[in-house]
Design a protein around this ligand. Structure first.
Ligand code: NDP
Length: 500
């Protein structure tokens, strides 16, 4: 029954009762969906049903978009000074901080993330992003341009109106904030569609936004199926922009729908298949720790995972041994256990998909050094897996696996490594390990990807843009660049002389 969901946590890490309202959040209220349907939310740790949430259809989306549009005109947008919008975002960040344990617990339960990481990274990064964009809310000015002696023009950075945020399941809260924070800071209202698999943290955030004092209708959350609620959002004529994070397949569809309807703007953060380049002069001990993060963090369910690991021949054997030892020592298990380093995959579907890739790697002749199987039991756990003897045309090399599976190649020269790194349709991220600064910069310049991390893993910061090249999409989340994606520039021409 849609209504109040209360889940009791009693663990070594967190003791307390967490409540999440499981209705749709529209116009400042939690409501039932029009046809009162709901869907089970499943725990990936043991396959049990955590709760049910309402699922919205096209009619719910229409109600939410109209509420957001009305709020844009009456109580947000250009009606509210940037400084006031910023204050509300700061307040939301403070509330998130105050409720960090509860929100991290929800994320751990719903997405199977280790609680320690959910709190220290997902929730903390979300807070940092909110504060970063709160600071921008009153600083996103236009320019004054002199055009003639008695004439000038000025530009205004105006909000687009109502935007749609469509979010995947791998970082449910964090990616939600990537959408909400710049959208609201720049004066847009938003309708958010979380993944049907991990809807709970977005609903909790809606509750906190209400407490923070955002006017009704500014932030709306409609949980539901992508093909129904997500599709309705991308079709809606009152939506001016879609900010989408998800697969390349659905991203393509979103773009097509936007083009066929009202030509709404689209930014796409899509899949990846990123290269990790390790040169002979890399610091072995540190590199192994970083590479474990690059491919095994969040159970490998990261768009920026550096799954294609290219290792120079001089360090190859030592690296492979140390990497295998590190992979085998990763502790998997219950999200709330302090020692857990890796949780499960998010769903049975994802488990089957990853096991399918592992099977295809074996069939195509790649060799498994470690892992390669499901851990028996009710949850969706897969052992950290390393493949060697891989060839560039194998499916496990060409496609995004989105699980804890690394493919390791040996290379001789820098040129060869760069060529292999760029041999992909994707271009989201890349990683270079070397103590030679000239090489690090040279190689990072040559890689066709939107990010390059030198001697570290995916440490995203709100001040730094993130987004893809090639089929990893376009448009940036985070940083000053994201502001552009949520504003439109008006040029106003002024003739002081009044003369023709
Ligand atoms: P999907 O593309 O399947 O789904 C993403 C979101 O889109 C979900 O909320 C989904 O809803 C929704 N959706 C599905 N169909 C439609 C539709 N027709 N119209 C509008 N929305 C729709 O991706 P996953 O959730 O499986 O996430 C994994 C993918 O996301 C990976 O490929 C990964 O690389 C990518 N990703 C990219 C990131 C980046 O920043 N570049 C970051 C994180 C992930 P529902 O779940 O209910 O079906």
């Amino acid at each position: 029954m849609p209504g109040t969901f209360t889940h009791e946590f009693a663990t070594e890490l967190y003791n307390g009762t967490v409540t999440v309202n499981t209705g749709l959040f529209i116009n400042g209220q939690f409501v039932d969906s029009v046809d009162r349907e709901s869907i089970d939310v499943i725990s990936p740790v043991d396959g049990s049903v955590i709760t049910k949430v309402s699922i919205g259809n096209a009619r719910d989306i229409d109600i939410a978009v109209k509420a957001a549009r009305a709020a844009f005109k009456s109580s947000w947008g250009l009606k509210v000074p940037g400084s006031e919008r910023g204050k509300l975002l700061y307040k939301l960040a403070d509330l998130l901080e105050k409720n960090a344990d509860a929100v991290a617990a929800i994320e751990a339960l719903d997405a199977g993330k280790p609680f320690v990481y959910a709190k220290g990274q997902d929730v903390q990064d979300a807070i940092d992003n909110l504060r970063y964009f709160a600071g921008w809310a009153d600083k996103n000015h236009g320019q004054t341009i002199e055009t003639a002696e008695a004439k000038f023009a000025y530009t205004r950075h105006e909000p687009i109106g109502t935007v749609a945020g469509i979010v995947p399941w791998n970082f449910p809260l964090y990616i939600t904030i990537w959408k909400i924070a710049p959208a609201l800071a720049t004066g847009n209202t938003i309708v958010l569609k979380p993944s049907e698999m991990t809807p709970l943290s977005a609903l909790k955030l809606a509750e906190l936004a209400k407490e923070a004092g955002f006017p009704d209708g500014v932030l709306n959350v409609v949980t539901g199926y992508g093909a129904v609620a997500g599709q309705a959002l991308t079709e809606h004529p009152l939506v001016g922009k879609v900010s989408f994070t998800g697969s390349t397949t659905i991203g393509r569809k979103v773009m097509e729908t936007a083009a066929k309807t009202n030509l709404k703007r689209v930014t796409l953060e899509l899949g990846g298949n990123s290269p990790t380049l390790i040169f002979d002069d890399a610091n072995l001990e540190q590199t192994v720790k970083w590479v474990c993060w690059i491919i095994f963090h969040n159970c490998g369910q990261m768009c920026a995972a550096g799954a294609r690991i290219l290792v120079q021949e001089g360090i190859y054997d030592k690296f492979l041994q140390a990497f295998t030892d590190a992979a085998e020592s990763l502790k998997q298990g219950d999200s709330f256990k302090a020692t857990t380093q890796q949780g499960p995959l998010v769903s049975k579907t994802q488990l089957d998909r990853v096991l399918g890739y592992i099977e295809s790697g074996k069939q195509e002749g790649a060799r498994i050094v470690t892992g390669g199987s499901h851990i028996e039991g009710p949850g969706y756990f897969v052992k950290p897996t390393i493949f060697v003897d891989v060839k560039p045309d194998m499916k496990i090399v060409r496609e995004e696996i989105f699980g804890p599976v690394a493919v390791v190649f040996k290379f001789k020269t820098e040129e060869e490594a760069i060529e292999a790194a760029n041999d992909t349709d994707y271009g989201l991220s890349s990683y270079v390990f070397t103590e030679n600064v000239s090489r690090a910069i040279r190689v990072s310049n040559a890689i066709e990807a939107g990010s390059c991390f030198i001697n570290e893993a995916i440490l995203m910061r709100p001040q730094v843009p993130f987004g893809g090249y090639k089929q990893s999409g376009y448009g940036k989340d985070m940083s000053e660049y994201a502001l552009e994606a949520y504003t439109q520039v008006k040029a106003v021409h002024v003739n002081l002389s009044l003369k023709l």
